[in-house]
Unconditional design. Structure first.
Length: 369
């Protein structure tokens, strides 16, 4: 893992955020950073992980290093700066668990330059997979692509402001995990619906990316490669904080790849990892493990929504054998089906829109315990 590590300072308000005013709430200090969080999550999944990051030679840097090392992450190759303080990320979370605004000071990452990566080339060359986040400069990402041999490169764009750093290197990326806004920037296609979402992914595939996994927040995850595409979603969840959910998603993807999952199964595992993370108030869920993630998969119905067709919504489940679904389109009659706990259903349903009959393909998978 090559990327950022920082002190997270999170302010949380219990209800609506009042702008230009003081808000009652809580302030939490915790270890964070996209790269650091991914590394700790991978370690918790029993995937041995080495983190190459930059830390300031200060109290925050020592604290961050020691806590991360205690979790099992190997920081042997990290860079220490004598002149720049450890990175800090300040975020404000509203009562819904969504981030309202954030400010980051990542200047210390300039210490992790091309020369530093060249000195650590043996670590990169021998990795089963390399994960990079766009807290790195474009030159550093380029150095990683020149160093990697057969190691697949996973890239997290981090933010719209930093996503462009990977643009010159897309042809070397095995798996790219942007959100909607980052995918729009990198593809040059405005994303407003499923068709434009798929078009943006296709543009990234045409640029050389092998797998595109786009986080859609509460709407699930879109995935695509040359063979398949789709959207995986889960029913509405209780959200404590979205901070770290994307990092858990990436960790799930990397872990699943190393375990030889195909893309859809990898995304299913990663989505469950993100659900587990979002239920936690901390960037890395304390109970984060492969067993906990598998339990979420076992307990949830995950819908594979075929991109070019209407979205269906789970309305009710009775005795694990009867499922009623409805479409969000006015005038469409509900469709019912029967399924067993240990099988999947993929077929075409006929529904009525007024007097017009529509045939809608949909795949529903029930993952039993």
């Amino acid at each position: 893992m090559v990327g950022g590590a920082n002190l997270d300072i999170e302010g949380r308000v219990p209800g609506s955020l009042l702008l230009a005013d003081s808000n009652l709430g809580t302030v939490i200090r915790s270890p964070g950073g996209v790269g650091r969080n991914i590394a700790e999550n991978l370690t918790r999944l029993d995937t041995p992980t080495r983190l190459i990051t930059a830390l300031g030679r200060d109290d925050n840097g020592t604290w961050l290093h020691d806590l991360t090392a205690k979790s099992g992450v190997d920081l042997t190759d990290s860079v220490w700066s004598e002149s720049t303080p450890t990175a800090t990320y300040l975020s404000v979370i509203d009562g819904s668990g969504e981030m309202a605004v954030a400010v980051n000071d990542m200047a210390v990452m300039d210490s992790l330059d091309v020369a530093a990566l060249q000195a650590r080339s043996s670590t990169l060359e021998n990795a089963a997979a390399i994960v990079a986040d766009c807290n790195l400069s474009s030159e550093c990402i380029g150095q990683i692509t020149r160093t990697q041999t057969d190691s697949p490169l996973f890239v997290d764009p981090v933010s719209v402001a930093k996503a462009g750093r990977v643009t010159p290197h897309l042809a070397s990326v095995h798996t790219l995990k942007p959100n909607r806004a980052e995918a729009a920037l990198l593809s040059g296609i405005e994303i407003s619906d499923k068709r434009s979402l798929k078009a943006a992914a296709n543009a990234l595939l045409d640029a050389g990316v092998r797998n595109v996994v786009i986080s859609l927040a509460a709407d699930g995850v879109f995935f695509a490669n040359a063979e398949t595409s789709g959207i995986l979603t889960v029913p509405p969840q209780n959200v404590a904080s979205v901070t770290g959910a994307g990092d858990a998603l990436m960790a799930g993807l990397v872990h699943a790849h190393v375990a030889n999952f195909d893309l859809e199964d990898a995304v299913r595992f990663a989505l469950a990892a993100a659900v587990l993370s979002a239920a936690s108030a901390t960037p890395v869920a304390r109970g984060f493990s492969a067993e906990s993630i598998q339990q979420i998969i076992n307990d949830k119905i995950i819908i594979n929504d075929l991109v070019d067709n209407p979205t269906f919504i789970i309305e009710s489940i009775q005795n694990n054998t009867s499922l009623t679904i409805t479409t969000p389109y006015r005038g469409v009659d509900g469709a019912g089906l029967t399924f067993s706990k240990d099988n999947s259903i993929a077929q075409t349903y006929s529904v009525f829109f007024g007097s017009k009959r529509l045939f809608v393909p949909i795949e529903i998978t029930y993952l039993s315990s």
